[in-house]
Design a protein around this ligand. Structure first.
Ligand code: EPZ
Length: 416
């Protein structure tokens, strides 16, 4: 089991290049199943979940070829319409092959993802939407088995906003017969990135980025070349790290226009932020002020940034209220922060964080992807050495994070 050792107390200074967005790359890779022609993707991040998704597609028969600048996916010889439990249990996003397989091949068998650390995370809305489009769906032996001669366009309204639910049904609708309307659709930038890639492949989609998306099904999609958008959560994670540790960092190859709620909170905490093109510079030379947070679907404050900001609040001046409205159990990082001396009380989906002057380094354990990022940030500001265990969670969703942090001046290294 690999761990990270962090000596706290260093400020962060310098430039860091932001990688492609994990949560755009994963659905876009699945979009390759919708065509028999090459989908060439660039700016794919080098991280575990992307490698897992590529393996999943390859075991279905998708040809994957990698070059330093791009990866090409070709689904002209798909011969296995199944996502097995062994792969789905390690990466829930595998559910995103369901819509594409069903709409292109008329059948799909995808393991039910099961729960994860942050919540039960059902996929009932994915299934309900496909049934509305005419699919026969049976749950048997832990698998979703779906069949459909040809999916029919339908009007679908989501009970709750679902990012991958919206993505799965948008891909299914791309080759369906007729028009599909998705109401109460997710507005996340990663949904827009997927829509833009599908449009480049010949799909007829309008409204992506709004809560109503309309898809006019077509007979077939052709190949395309597409560059995946930058990762807004990686961007936010580095900005919060610098706001907590102090210093002056510049993110490059990023986008500020999709980070408004995060940048607003960083300014509220006392950081100075400048935006210029694809660069964001953050400067912080004093103790952060506590900031209240309430997570909600985009464009409101992202749940994937809640844990990182909680690390900042543990050493901030003041008391913060953090309300998690998306997932029922996304406070797993709190117990670990308490081991560093943080003062946090949880009442239901609300955490009250009383800022203290100093955290003390200790050995702590990552439980999920964004919780592990939170613990790394806490380690950067804690006095002495912090050991973060089970960092395979971190490696799933961040590209070379300790190399990037070291380059900014952090004292951080991986230990076996
Ligand atoms: C996506 O997960 C992201 N993952 C998550 O990022 C992110 O936290 C989440 O959206 C919310 O923004 C990817 O894009 C691969 P949801 P997803 O469906 O799509 C309920 C990370 O750290 N729901 O938007 O699985 C669900 O229980 C990961 O990168 C149903 O009830 O999340 C939750 O309460 C973590 N039924 C809420 O909706 C369904 O069928 C939002 O979930 C689907 C969802």
């Amino acid at each position: 089991m690999q761990k990270l050792s962090i000596q706290g107390g260093n400020k962060l200074n310098g430039e860091v290049r932001i990688s492609g967005a994990k949560n755009a790359a994963l659905p876009i890779m699945c979009a390759s199943l919708l065509s028999a022609e090459d989908l060439q993707l660039s700016n794919l991040p080098d991280m575990h979940d992307v490698a897992t998704m590529a393996k999943l597609l390859q075991q279905m028969g998708v040809a994957v070829s990698n070059s330093p600048k791009a990866s090409t996916f070709n689904a002209s010889k798909v011969d296995k319409l199944e996502a097995p439990y062994e792969m789905v249990k390690t990466m829930r996003a595998a559910i995103l092959v369901l819509g594409p397989l069903l709409t292109r091949f008329g059948e799909a068998r995808v393991s039910l993802p099961g729960g994860c650390a942050i919540g039960s995370r059902p996929v009932d809305l994915h299934i309900k939407g496909l049934q509305a489009m005419g699919a026969e769906v049976h749950i048997e032996h832990g698998y979703i088995h779906a069949t459909a001669k040809r999916l029919q366009g339908a009007k679908i309204c989501f009970d709750v906003v679902s990012v991958t639910g919206t993505e799965n049904l948008m891909m299914a609708a791309a080759l369906a017969d007729g028009v599909t309307t998705l109401e109460n659709a997710a507005r996340e930038p990663e949904v827009v990135d997927l829509a833009n890639c599908l449009i480049a492949m010949g799909a007829k989609i309008s409204g992506a980025g709004s809560d109503t998306i309309t898809i006019q099904g077509v007979q077939a999609l052709h190949g395309a070349e597409y560059r995946v958008m930058p990762d807004r959560i990686e961007s936010g994670t580095f900005l919060v790290a610098a706001a907590a540790a102090g210093g002056r960092i510049t993110l490059t190859d990023t986008r500020a226009d999709i980070l408004d709620s995060v940048l607003d909170k960083l300014r509220e905490a006392g950081a100075t932020i400048e935006v210029s093109g694809d660069r964001i510079t953050l400067e912080m030379h004093q103790r952060p002020r506590a900031v209240n947070l309430r997570t909600a679907p985009y464009p409101a404050f992202p749940t994937d940034m809640q844990a990182q900001f909680m690390a900042l609040n543990t050493i901030a001046d003041g008391t913060a209220m953090v309300v998690e409205t998306i997932f029922e159990n996304r406070f797993m990082h709190v117990q670990e922060l308490l081991r560093l001396g943080a003062q946090i009380d949880i009442e239901g989906n609300t955490a009250i964080v009383k800022g203290c002057a100093q955290l003390e380094g200790a050995t702590i354990m990552a439980t999920d992807l964004r919780a592990s990022a939170c613990l790394v940030i806490a380690g950067l500001v804690a006095q002495g050495e912090t050991i973060v265990d089970r960092i395979y969670h971190l490696d799933r969703g961040y590209e070379h994070i300790e190399a990037k942090l070291s380059a900014l001046g952090a004292q951080i290294r991986r230990i076996k």
